[in-house]
Design a protein around this ligand. Sequence first.
Ligand code: NDP
Length: 345
Amino acid sequence: MNTQWRLARTPPGGWPVDDDFERVETDMPDPGPGQMLTRTIYLSMDPYQWNRRRNGTEAPGEVCHGRTVSEVIESRIEAYAPGDLIFNTNGWQAYGLTGEGISDFTYMFPRKLDPAAAPISTAIGVMGMLGLTAYSGLIVQCAPKAGETVVVSAASGGVGQVACQLARIAGCRVVGIASKLEKVDFLLDALGVDACVSHKSPDFADELAAACPDGCDVYYENVGGKVYEAVLPLLNKNARITVCGMISQYGADSFEAARKAWGDLGAPTFARQDVTVQDLRVGNYVADYQDQFLAEMGEHVRAGRVIYKEDRWDGLAKAPEAFQAMLRGDNFGKTIVVVGDDPTA
Ligand code: NDP
């Protein structure tokens, strides 16, 4: 039997609750020509999954979408054999099909993994979409120069921790924004950022300004809301912003309204300071940058220049709980659900 979490309803608004998800026991999927059956090992929890559920991209009754690391069990694709370890998109289920006839989004970028190159869980973390998101937003879009000040929000999270380390490697002064003390300490002590400020502090805006004595040249935006408002007055002439995400707004009634407020608030500053603001959609960077990213990040990880922290939850049963915790900010590092045994562990 296969176990799945399906979307129970299109969420009415706000943040996820248990009633949004339905656990189903179902028959094992049978691979057709051009398909393979894979067993989920690691399942990625990502904020964008909530947007898909809220905006109707994911329909009630569908298996909840999610990127995975899996083992091939049975293959009717020549390039793959049983035992291969791959990055794929099984979603929130113990077993899934990959291959022809599976929707494009679901079938996006499957690739074989080499456990000797990096631990396989990193394919949904630092060596996967998250790492490429940090790389394409920071390095490709913002091109930070040595000596510049880079501010990163949600800095201890999956994307943020990679962005901080890439900025540090580029020789920048790195200022992280996080919530709890343990996250602030991790950023300062383990990731080596130059300063870190808690957005929970009543004096957050003043503390951020004090941490940026030379202003802000690059802002890696993950959060929006009051965090963004505190960064705005610090922007230097010719600053660059990558709008990677606005997680503080994902429970708002209208994401479009939140986005418009963000633009309206910044518009005068952007015009005066010649600030460049770019949206980020990581999927647009795969074709041109994936190979270069994997080569560079692989070197950084193997050399210990980039480290990563995972927030692991044991068992597929925990998926809704892990997802809700991550959106509340109760994660510490990249949120991963361990669904099945890792043969390389
Ligand atoms: P994280 O691992 O960073 O987890 C989310 C973090 O956001 C929490 O740990 C919390 O950190 C912070 N957070 C949550 N709510 C708030 C709030 N109200 N105010 C301030 N901070 C908050 O998630 P990811 O690394 O997966 O994602 C980070 C961002 O990147 C998201 O906005 C996501 O949508 C975006 N993204 C965009 C992509 C793209 O293509 N543009 C691709 C992938 C991700 P803390 O406790 O420190 O506040």
